[in-house]
Design a protein around this ligand. Structure first.
Ligand code: ADP
Ligand code: MG
Length: 691
């Protein structure tokens, strides 16, 4: 019986159960998986050098014939095979370290294709190649197969050889190519000059030229983006169709009172975003909106107004924060701001006394509408989300698309608002949040003075401390931040604790606080509260203060070992100062002198534009690190690269929107194939792994 795309890899000729298991380790379970297991890199063997042409230091692929050979065990754990070899141009010495299994096959007279680094051998004055990969060329057929072409190189797993996997992929191709279905509509292919799918996949495995490869890659990248966008967009349309919810009939009475109680006027950007939100809330369709605003742009007020709109319409408003510190801070702020209005609010904490918890639940369950604040897990755990009018999630980037949709389902489609301060570049926005409406707060409150950021070497710390002393005399406050990376938490913590002790000595007239992630939430809150009330003047901390913490009286931040932070993280940290209208200073202390570090620091000292910084950061560190490991929302593309291929993403998105405007359900004859690809990922070729 012929194989199907869904057939198990072990049935591919030459595979079997044992190798099948190795392939599974590489994520290859079906014939289809093998077809789109794209090479990690290529070995361009179209023109191989001869011995005379190679230079010391080069890594080359070269064809050699063995003249004579020997092997020896130099010491325990070091086995060497040496061979004198030649080609038509000259002699060369070939050396294999710790590859004794080759002894059985290497024989004088044998022709080999080897890859390795070339060195000069001081004793023989013959060039020497340290071989890392060996292929034996037994026949003319072998020579034809292995030279004069571009050879794909695949990822491997222990027990599997490159030549083996190459054969397996080739074999899958022979069987599978007739099964490949190209579901992209021909008019789209024509209009955007996209290659057909089979030739594209073939070219990716077996490139014939750089130009053809580029075209092929373009087609695959387009597919990856296009079908992902099609899915997001259609989900969005679906959501709009089914996400019927109660419109919030807000009276604006509380909201107006709140405006009046505020000591400042909202910025135009805040007002614009608020009116967009209030507009959404009036509709019988659940709001699904992301607010993006740089640190300090005033997202909290936007959140509060949104919560008030829920209360005005007799519903609960829920606010979720990523950490308990932030939840507590929001709670205290909201409680204080809303004190005059007689609005019930409550905080859910990880550890609550029985009585506290009962009180909290009584507030939540009473018919009186209230504001509930906590971390996501707490709220998911304790609260029936049924009377929820609005759900706000702060620092949205910390969780993924699918997780978000689950939560919305559980809460019966309330109006949802997501807020993020990590500026996410456009391509990431479109990929991860393509199904959200977006508002941007693109203006900071007036009177903000941007922090002056400078890079300081450690020896100058005494001068910085002098500056700190001046500021402290003016009753201003100071943050001193130490890095904390998980791998070496203990060492890091020690440096923060040591730092704390020396700061205590240097600034003995002042009160110094220490805060870090290992402390209990209550202890942390206590310290934060004391800092807020200026009972503590210097706060030594690890990165727990990274997001959202708001103490406008703090004007100096010293960041120790700044090279160990990501740029976006530094930007977030620096966002903690300069909130009160006075000139503030951020000092980055670094021991690193590398060019790379200098370049990175230049990016952050020169600009205060969080978007630019994030973009730069993404280029250097990649999305996983920048958005945090918890970011589960990023799809895994096989070839597409969000930054490099942004233009393809934009095109794919445009086309996906066009298609869905014409035919939202994808039921017309023209678009049926697209629908098929969307609904069945198993029997189509390019499907993404969705998180
Ligand atoms: P973020 O967007 O980082 O969450 P916050 O909402 O914490 O920012 O606001 C930062 C600071 O700016 C707070 O101290 C807040 O009271 C203040 N603020 C917010 N909006 C305005 C405004 N329109 N004018 C002046 N200060 C404002
Ligand atoms: Mg905030």
């Amino acid at each position: 019986m012929g194989l199907l795309l869904t057939s198990d890899v072990q049935y591919i000729k030459g595979v079997g159960p044992a190798i099948g298991q190795l392939l599974n380790k590489l994520g290859l379970y079906t014939l289809k998986d093998c077809l789109v297991f794209f090479p990690r890199e290529y070995d361009d063997r179209r023109k191989l050098p001869c011995v005379k042409e190679v230079e010391c230091g080069d890594t080359v692929t070269i064809v050699l014939t063995i003249e004579s050979m020997s092997d020896k065990k130099i010491k325990k754990g070091l086995h060497v095979i040496e061979a004198v070899t030649f080609d038509s141009s000259d002699w060369m010495k070939a050396v294999w370290f710790n590859q004794s299994y080759l002894l059985k096959v290497l024989k004088p007279g044998l022709k080999l294709l080897v890859k390795g680094k070339v060195e000069t051998n001081l004793f023989t004055y013959m060039p020497q190649i340290n071989v890392s990969e060996t292929e034996i060329l037994r026949s003319l057929e072998d020579i034809k197969k292995s030279t004069g072409v571009i050879i794909p190189i695949y990822n491997l797993t222990a027990g599997l050889y490159q030549a083996q996997i190459r054969d397996i992929i080739k074999q899958s191709f022979l069987i599978g190519k007739t099964l490949i279905e190209d579901n992209l509509t021909s008019h789209i292919k024509q209009e955007y000059q996209l290659m057909d799918l089979l030739p594209a996949i073939t070219e990716i495995h077996y490139p014939t030229s750089v130009e053809n490869y580029k075209k092929a890659r373009y087609r695959i990248v387009f597919d990856e983006f296009f079908f992902y966008q099609l899915r997001l967009e259609s989900q969005r349309i679906q959501h709009k169709l089914i996400a019927k919810t109660n419109p919030l009939i807000h009276t604006h009475i509380l909201i107006n009172q709140y405006y009046q109680a505020l000591p400042y006027n909202l910025t135009n950007a805040q007002q614009k975003v608020i009116s967009e939100i209030l507009e959404d809330l009036r509709k019988p369709v659940a709001m699904n909106r992301l607010i993006q605003g740089d640190v300090g742009s005033g997202k909290t007020d936007v959140a509060i107004v949104t919560l008030l709109a829920a209360i005005e319409s007799g519903k609960n408003g829920i606010l979720m924060a990523p950490t308990e510190i932030l939840a507590t801070q929001h709670y205290l702020k909201i409680k204080a701001l809303l004190a005059p209005f007689n609005i019930q609010s409550t905080l859910l904490k990880g550890k609550m006394k029985k009585r506290e918890k009962e009180e909290s639940l009584a507030i939540i369950e009473s018919p009186e509408p209230c504001i509930i604040i906590g971390t996501h897990s707490l709220i998911e755990q304790y609260v029936s989300l049924s009377n929820c009018g609005v759900m706000i999630i702060d620092e949205q980037h910390r969780f993924g698309v699918m997780q978000r949709i689950k939560l919305q389902d559980k809460a019966n489609n309330p109006h949802c608002l997501f807020m993020t301060a990590t500026p996410i570049p456009r391509s990431y926005m479109l990929t991860c949040f393509g199904d959200l409406d977006k508002s941007i707060i693109d203006e900071l409150p007036p009177g903000r003075v941007k922090p002056i950021t400078s890079l300081i070497s450690e020896e100058l710390l005494p001068q910085i401390y002098q500056k700190c002393a001046e500021r402290l005399r003016l009753k201003e406050q100071i943050y001193i931040v130490f890095p904390l990376v998980e791998e070496s938490e203990k060492v890091d913590l020690k440096s923060a604790v040591d730092g704390y002790e020396s700061i205590c000595i240097i600034f003995k007239e002042y009160r110094v606080g220490l805060i870090h992630g290992r402390m209990k939430p209550d202890e942390k809150n206590e310290i934060m509260q004391a800092f807020k009330e200026n009972k503590i003047q210097l706060l030594v901390s690890t990165t727990v203060i990274e997001v959202g913490v708001d103490v406008p009286n703090a004007t100096i931040m010293i960041i120790q070992d700044a090279d160990r932070f990501g740029l976006s993280q530094l930007h977030q940290l620096r966002g903690r100062i300069g909130r009160g209208g006075k000139q503030s200073y951020c000092f980055l202390i670094s021991k690193s002198n590398s060019e790379q570090a200098k370049k990175r620091f230049k990016a952050i000292t020169d600009t205060s534009d969080g978007f630019k910084i994030a973009e730069y950061d993404l280029k250097i560190r990649g999305p996983g690190d920048v958005l945090g490991t918890r970011q589960a929302g990023l799809p895994q593309f096989q070839l597409a690269d969000l930054l490099r291929d942004e233009h393809v993403l934009l095109l794919a998105r445009k086309v996906a929107k066009q298609v869905l405007t014409e035919d939202p359900q994808l039921i017309s004859a023209t678009y049926q194939s697209l629908n098929k690809q969307l609904t069945s990922f198993t029997d189509t070729i390019i499907g993404q792994h969705l998180n």
